[in-house]
Design a protein around this ligand. Sequence first.
Ligand SMILES: NC(=O)c1ccc[n+]([C@@H]2O[C@H](COP(=O)([O-])OP(=O)(O)OC[C@H]3O[C@@H](n4cnc5c(N)ncnc54)[C@H](OP(=O)(O)O)[C@@H]3O)[C@@H](O)[C@H]2O)c1
Length: 258
Amino acid sequence: MLLRTRYLSLDPYVRGRMSDAKSYAAPMEIGDVIVGGTVSEVVESAADGFAPGDTVLSYGGWQEYSLESAGHLRLLDPAAAPVTTALGVLGMPGFTAYAGLLAIGKPQPGETVAVAAATGPVGSAVGQIAKIHGARAIGIAGGEQKVSRLRALGFDAALDRRAPDLAGRLAEAAPDGIDVYFENVGGPVWGTPYCPSSTSSRGYRCADWPPTTTRPRCPRAPIAAGSSWAPCWPRASPCAASSSSSSRPRCSRTSCRT
Ligand SMILES: NC(=O)c1ccc[n+]([C@@H]2O[C@H](COP(=O)([O-])OP(=O)(O)OC[C@H]3O[C@@H](n4cnc5c(N)ncnc54)[C@H](OP(=O)(O)O)[C@@H]3O)[C@@H](O)[C@H]2O)c1
């Protein structure tokens, strides 16, 4: 089938594909079309069920036209929802949030869920799904404009990761601890010493960026991306309300579970 690209998605995983570091997917080669989901219009079709003018979700990448076989496409109904949602809340990012939070995080009414990169398509869905399930939602994002957006989306607390003392502000926003942490970024946010009061706190690591340089001290055990893990915040030692690395609590190996 010949498709014409109408919308394309720039997703964070593209950064990983531009590197030959070990990953779950092969890197792009020089000269390859940049990978990415697209919403495309069918121009020519020899496949049953697809006609010229239809709108499909495709994976044609960053090019104006692509050739695809029907098995790789999902027919979209423009009357059901704006077709761009197939690249967002009704597509891969939305399903990532839905599956990661509900199948692994399993937030319960009254629990506190925290999520980083919270205004993105994954994080914003995580926070809203948490609210639907009766949990408190704390969003962490970069910059005041994004913090305002989080409030508009109904997050109970919204924190700017660029402001000083993220750990202290997080402790204030979650005085009883964090029950579910949905990790979306890696880097300094991931290394912040969260202080959940409950040793049954759960985490879901959805991202690993930067891949190796800023992995926090805790948990020590390697974690597969997209897998569940139990954060190994120390049971006894009080968490320092400081973002400086020297005062971050260290985990004892015995308190880690994977
Ligand atoms: N495992 C899976 O199957 C799967 C599927 C989909 C997505 N993902 C991952 O889920 C995460 C969220 O996806 P998305 O599409 O919703 O992403 P996104 O929000 O559109 O973009 C990533 C966000 O991460 C934050 N960020 C970027 N660089 C950063 C840095 N150096 N330090 C701290 N924060 C930084 C930025 O938000 P702020 O400035 O607001 O912090 C940025 O907007 C991504 O890491 C993506 O790769 C995984």
